[in-house]
Design a protein around this ligand. Sequence first.
Ligand code: IPE
Ligand code: IPE
Ligand code: MG
Length: 244
Amino acid sequence: MRWLKKENHKIKNQLPVHIGIIMDGNGRWAKKRGLPRSAGHKSGANNFRKITRYCSGIGIKYLTIYAFSTENWKRPEEEVKFLMNLFEQYIKEALSDFQKENIRIIFLGDKSKFSTNLKNLIDEVEKASKTKTGMTLNIAMNYGGRDEIVKAVKSLGEEVKKGKISPEEIDEESIAGKLYTCGQPDPDLIIRPSGEYRLSNFLLWQSAYSELIFMDILWPDFSTKDLDKALNEYSSRNRRFGGI
Ligand code: IPE
Ligand code: IPE
Ligand code: MG
């Protein structure tokens, strides 16, 4: 049951434009139930759909979901394989699903490590949803904030080398323009469920002034009610951006 409706969010006039979510706690959710970690990932993926739909419904303009980090390759081969298969399956479903829902999908991260099949699916979804005018859904996959900044710096270095720009011209705007989120507003709110209090390499540049909310609930259990709680908490925050 939604206890905070779209209208209420509007009255408060404090709905974040961009929300980031670190989907964490799938493994522990499964362990608690005596299930393999893969069952937690499956359940987490279903929840991703539910929460995405809800965000789109209440008028969130940008949602960034952290699905796989540049460090997650360290996991056992079997788990990584399962996750890659799950991504393929979900992206296929997203192709038909989100088409109807006017959601634009963009992938943030280094795609070069993915299988050809997954790369093609990613391209297909991005292309198919390019003209969508509703919420932008960023799926961060093989994403790392540091890796993203390194890539931006390299690209600017190349431009300096070619004489296209001078080192003096490099500023915050030109760096932001080389990030995967180029052209998008920074996240206003970042939510991390699972009880861990860290960013784990998520949107390091973009989170400079994001409001952070950590919740002691495992991702597969994270409900629309929990999201509403986070939105309520967000609306009570006083954002100063260094001012008074
Ligand atoms: C998040 O859940 C999913 C990914 C990082 C791919 P975890 O798999 O990290 O779950 P926990 O943190 O081990 O419970
Ligand atoms: C962060 O979760 C990455 C994703 C949710 C995709 P992790 O489970 O990898 O983070 P740590 O290892 O607890 O910091
Ligand atoms: Mg984790």
